[in-house]
Ligand binder design. Sequence first.
Ligand code: ADP
Ligand code: ADP
Length: 229
Amino acid sequence: MSDIEFSGVTKTYPDGTTAVHDLDLRIESGSFTVFVGPSGCGKTTSMRMINRMITPSSGTITVAGQDISTINPVKLRLGIGYVIQSAGLLPHRTVIDNVATVPMLTGVRRKQARQQALELLDRVGLDRALAQRYPAQLSGGQQQRVGVARALAADPPILLMDEPFSAVDPVVRAELQTEMLRLQAELHKTIVFVTHDIDEAVTLGDRIAVFGPGGVLQQYDKPDRVLAQ
Ligand code: ADP
Ligand code: ADP
């Protein structure tokens, strides 16, 4: 179980901007939860508090019942994959090494880590022939696939995705969305996905948290998700 729970969480930045005010939110283990809403409503701030890239000004966040402020940040982040808009790959490492470095951090030997990396590239639908390229030699959509593989490489129970597909063209975005639904059906991660695109939210989410100024306004369960194929 890796439920995530926000209780009375407020974040005020040093310049006085309150991005999130008194937020209560429960993200269920195994759900595909989408944070949707217009720009500036605190979606990214809320997401980044889950892996402690940002610390709350007040309130608590628990993962699997444990207050994350008591967890070693390195350990916390090994359990939480993170994907951003610009895949965030290491430019001077090949695709396979970008993915393989993650399990190597946990002590997996290089050969085995590279084998795991190839299997992950298969899972995210990236042609193995591209594994020896550098990130700049891939298209935006291919880079995002590698970003997802890298985020999954330590087999974290939680995956955070911040507008991961907003910089790719609509056709590729639709392919990546289908890929995410397939991955979720196979892997049962707890996924938190930020988007300002309501269509994307409805396509992907089984729980949708609609953000307005200062926090979550409403939460919806999608009754029946119609899976593409
Ligand atoms: P969203 O992801 O919904 O676009 P953000 O969480 O990025 O919202 O931002 C929420 C609010 O906090 C916005 O008003 C934004 O300008 C502000 N904000 C974000 N980061 C900072 C920061 N480092 N310092 C000051 N204000 C910030
Ligand atoms: P994202 O694409 O994730 O929403 P943004 O472009 O909103 O990111 O913000 C990029 C960076 O600038 C983040 O580190 C964010 O915290 C910071 N930031 C956003 N808004 C402000 C602000 N009003 N003042 C200072 N820093 C900000």
